[in-house]
Design a protein around this ligand. Structure first.
Ligand SMILES: [Fe+2]
Ligand SMILES: [Fe+2]
Length: 259
């Protein structure tokens, strides 16, 4: 493999994909924001300080995030088995590592907040719409439906996480904020993979657009329902919530896949 370049976008397409889907690229990307941050944040005395705010609401929110991360962890790992090429398989392997880390740091954050058995809480507290979304994603993976699975996972789910985590980080306590900011950086990379893979396929197979629109129409409502609950839990005023829903739809639209 050639040396990682300063601007991979300047490379011819084959070399670009070879580079941005590699572990070398991944190492360079995560080094800056993961080193010296065990469990996603700089060590400090803060985790032992009493949390100011509604702990139960934050724990419920983190439970929902864990469902999303588990969906992506199981989805991405299953997709390696039928990914169309080696570069995609290697990228998905890096995504599996990212999603496993996200799940781990979110569970750890709950322990820091005083939850004794965080995994025992997830199923009971999770939003029903999000659990249905997870099942639908894993159905698509089970059916080895590559384009639909990439769309559900790396576009719909990632765009939702990206929008919600960013909004939450802006109003979270400092530790949760740092954890979420590290996760958002990974999610941006995962969205880029979906955009890149589907963008090239749509260019050569226009009828794929209709299939992806059907997936979007089915999954958007589940995602927006989850939004509503999560944003209420993190204390976002009702008046600001539709804006976030629009941000999600805009994030999907910005990927330029379905106009
Ligand atoms: Fe994630
Ligand atoms: Fe992700």
């Amino acid at each position: 493999m050639s040396e990682p370049s300063d601007d991979p976008h300047a490379l011819p397409e084959r070399e670009f994909l070879e580079e941005v889907h590699s572990f070398e690229f991944w190492f360079q990307a995560v080094e800056g924001y993961l080193s010296e941050r065990p469990y996603g944040h700089r060590p400090s005395d803060a985790p032992t300080a009493p949390f100011q705010g509604d702990v139960e609401a934050l724990v419920t929110t983190l439970c929902n995030y864990c469902v999303g991360e588990t969906a992506a962890l199981e989805g991405a790992s299953g997709m390696i088995g039928f990914a169309p090429n080696r570069q995609a398989k290697i990228f998905l392997a890096t995504q599996v590592v990212d999603e496993a880390r996200h799940l781990e740091v979110l569970l750890h954050r709950m322990v820091e907040l005083g939850v004794e058995n965080p995994e025992g809480k997830i199923e009971r507290r999770a939003n029903r719409g999000l659990l249905t979304f997870k099942q639908r994603l894993l159905d698509l993976v089970g059916a080895r439906a590559w384009e639909a699975a990439v769309f559900a996972q790396n576009v719909v789910l990632e765009a939702m996480e990206f929008t919600v985590f960013e909004a939450h980080a802006r109003r979270a306590d400092p530790i949760t904020r740092e954890v979420l900011e590290g996760i958002v950086k990974d999610e941006r990379r995962h969205m880029g993979f979906g955009q890149n893979d589907l963008g090239r396929r749509l260019a050569t197979t226009p009828r794929l657009r209709r299939q992806l629109l059907e997936v979007k129409n089915e999954l958007d409502s589940l995602v927006l329902q989850t939004f509503e609950q999560t944003l209420a839990e993190i204390g976002m005023p009702r008046s600001e919530r539709p804006e976030l829903g629009r941000d999600y739809l805009a994030a999907v639209a910005r990927l330029g896949l379905l106009e």
